[in-house]
Design a protein around this ligand. Sequence first.
Ligand SMILES: Nc1ncnc2c1ncn2[C@@H]1O[C@H](COP(=O)(O)OP(=O)(O)OP(=O)(O)O)[C@@H](O)[C@H]1O
Ligand SMILES: [Mg+2]
Length: 251
Amino acid sequence: MQKALLKVENLSFKYDKEYVLKDINFELYDKDFFAITGPNGGGKSTLIKLILNILKPQFGTIELNNSIKSSLDIGYVPQNTNINLDFPISVLDVAMMGNGSKHNTLKRALNINYTKLEIECAKNSLAKVGMQGFLNTKISNLSGGQRQRVMIARAICSHPKLLILDEPTSSIDINGQKEIYSLLKELNRDITILVVTHDLTVISNYANRVLYVNQEGFLHNLKQDRFRVNKDEHFCEVELMQMLGKNGGQN
Ligand SMILES: Nc1ncnc2c1ncn2[C@@H]1O[C@H](COP(=O)(O)OP(=O)(O)OP(=O)(O)O)[C@@H](O)[C@H]1O
Ligand SMILES: [Mg+2]
C-alpha cells in the first residue's frame, strides 16, 4: 500500500467561537490531482492554511510525509494574489522569488545579485509555463491568465513535490482557464496537485479525487462510474454539487 504524502485526521479548527472545520479526514497520495470544492465560506482556504502550517488546528493532526517536510517541497499559489501593478517588477523577478526562503527576500532588499543557478531555475520554470518570451516584461503588462502562469512558475521554481493552488483561475476567461488546467495536468506528471476550485467541469475532467468542504468534509473517488460525465450529456452543476455534498463516496 502506497504511503500517503499528506494525512489529515480528525481535523477541527475555529478562528473564534464557531468551528469553521469539523472532523476533516483525507489522505493525499503521490501524483494525485486532488480537488477541494464547496460553497463560499465553507472552509477551503482555511484548510489550505492549516496544511501549510500558517494556522494550527485545535483538534486533529496533519501529517506530512518526509519527502515534503521542507517548505521548499510545497509550492503555493494563494487565492487572490493581489499584485501592486504600479510596482516595477519584471516577470523574471517574480519567478525568482520562488527560488528560496527569507534568504531570497533579503537578497532583493540588499540588491545582491542572484546566482546563475537561481536565474536558470527561474527561466526553466517560466519555460515550463510557456512564459519564456516575457522575461523582462513588467508584470503589470500581462493579462490575468499570463500573470497567473507566472505565479505558477514562481511556485514551481524550487522544484516542489506538491503544488497547492487556491482558486487559480477565478478571474480568468474560459479559454485561459482551460490553458491553465492543461498546464496543471502536464505538471501533474511530476508534481502532486492540490487545487481549490468551484469549477465542476475541471473537477470531472482533471481530478482523480475531490473533497467537498462545508465545515464538514466529504471525500469522493472520481474514478467511480457515478461521477463520470458523458461528453454529450447535459452537465448539471447543481446536481453534481449535491452529490459531492453527501457522504457515500468514501473510498
Ligand atoms: N482570519 C479570519 N478570522 C476569522 N474568521 C475567518 C478568517 N478567515 C476566514 N474566516 C471565516 O472562516 C470561514 C471559512 O473561510 P474560508 O476563507 O476558509 O472559506 P472558503 O471556503 O475559502 O471560501 P471562498 O470560496 O469564499 O474562498 C468563513 O466563515 C470566514 O468568514
Ligand atoms: Mg477561499
